[in-house]
Design a protein around this ligand. Structure first.
Ligand code: NAG
Ligand code: NAG
Ligand code: NAG
Ligand code: NAG
Ligand code: NAG
Ligand code: NAG
Ligand code: NAG
Length: 316
């Protein structure tokens, strides 16, 4: 049977790529159920400040040179969200697919152009650069973030709290709205607070912009978004007390905070994300280009591939 042989051939290829892509010293997947597994406290994350960390990032080379300023980590996807959402990948409804569901995508053509910032989430990793910079995609998941890089717009850096000392799996996001490239990507007036609320407005599918001046400790929003057949429910609660309410030590404090407005209003958006629906997994609906990367991650496929190799070679 030619078609069976072809399937065996595909399976064997996938087993070869498992062998090639995953050398023995490959770092362990932090979301793996084995070993260092997630342990989520009732509030959905560990307070970084409890173990030497901070809700402010570290930004080097700000003026005056040598002074380290910070940007607020003002939104957190809680560890109590669905497991699949907290996996940093696009497939299987993961974090990148969730970002796409509310209009945010990875950097322009995969090129990293944003400057790096470091954050210490108090999880034992110490200060780490962001996992990635994610930008508003202007309605175009493929090329829209190129437009954002040039014209400015909403964007965020994120870090995952997954170190051995505080492994909640929560995603910590520093959200801000930047000016166009020609203006050196400064942040707009009130651009940390506004960017947080515009992101939350999109993630909860609000029909009106969230009135930033009226948001207080305990304000809530919720709503649904979808991408690639996955439907997400996002429930947000704002809390005060995690971030400072002020401008001291904040990057771009002079332009973001002005005429009596604090650069950071002291509010953080805590997001709980659940997957309400996912696409039916049938052979015909699976896109061929996505099969290999999906399958190579499965130990079952590895076993099947090995079996196919044996059977296939005897059949062919
Ligand atoms: C973090 O970013 C800085 C600035 O781009 C870079 O010099 C440094 O090597 C990065 N650190 C790591 C661990 O990648
Ligand atoms: C900040 O500067 C320190 C000391 O030079 C360096 O180790 C670190 O990688 C820098 N971080 C970033 C994000 O540039
Ligand atoms: C969604 O984000 C865009 C880009 O930042 C913004 O213009 C728009 O007002 C946001 N929508 C809501 C409801 O906040
Ligand atoms: C914000 O609060 C002010 C005063 O409490 C109120 O007049 C205004 O309508 C509110 N704005 C929105 C958009 O809810
Ligand atoms: C926020 O509201 C909660 C519930 O009312 C309260 O327990 C908490 O103390 C408030 N936080 C601050 C910083 O006021
Ligand atoms: C932050 O401080 C300002 C005064 O500087 C105050 O009006 C505002 O209510 C405070 N916000 C929060 C969330 O506590
Ligand atoms: C405060 O200053 C900023 C720029 O410095 C300006 O864009 C904004 O309109 C001012 N807001 C008020 C209420 O005066």
């Amino acid at each position: 049977m030619p078609s069976t042989a072809f399937v065996f051939f595909l399976l064997s290829l996938s087993s070869f790529s498992v062998a090639l892509d995953q050398p023995r010293n490959h770092p362990p997947n932090p979301f793996s159920r084995r070993g260092n597994s997630r342990n989520v406290p009732p509030q959905g994350f560990y307070d970084p400040r409890a173990q030497g960390g901070s809700f402010l990032t570290q930004v080097n080379n700000t003026f005056p040179v040598g002074l380290v300023l910070g940007e607020p980590i003002n939104a957190i996807i809680l560890g109590s969200s669905d497991d699949a959402v907290l996996v940093d990948q696009q497939q299987d409804g993961g974090l990148r697919n969730y970002f796409l569901s509310f209009g945010f995508a990875g950097e322009c053509l995969g090129q990293h152009s944003g400057s790096d910032q470091a954050a210490n989430l108090g999880d034992g990793h110490g200060y780490l650069n962001e996992s990635a910079v994610i930008r508003w995609d202007y309605g175009n998941p493929t090329l829209g973030t190129c437009q954002e890089t040039i014209e400015g717009g909403n964007h965020f850096r994120y870090w995952v709290q997954n170190g051995n000392e505080a492994n909640s799996g929560a995603i910590f996001m520093a959200v801000s709205y930047e000016l166009p490239d020609s203006l050196q990507h400064d942040i707009i007036y009130n651009g940390y607070n506004l960017a947080r609320d515009w992101l939350i407005g999109n993630a909860t599918a609000q029909s009106q912009i969230i009135p930033t001046a009226n948001v207080t400790n305990q304000t809530t929003y919720s709503g649904q978004t979808s991408f690639n057949g996955y439907v997400y429910q996002t429930s947000v609660q704002y809390v005060s007390g995690l971030l400072p309410n002020g401008s001291d030590g904040i990057n771009h404090f002079g332009s973001v905070g002005a005429n009596g407005t604090n650069a950071v209003d002291g509010l953080s958006a805590l997001m709980t994300v659940k997957i309400l629906q996912q696409p039916a997994k049938t052979k015909s609906s699976a896109s061929p280009s996505r099969l290999p990367s999906h399958w190579t991650s499965s130990p079952l496929t590895f076993a099947l591939g090995a079996l196919a190799l044996l059977l296939g070679s005897s059949l062919l």
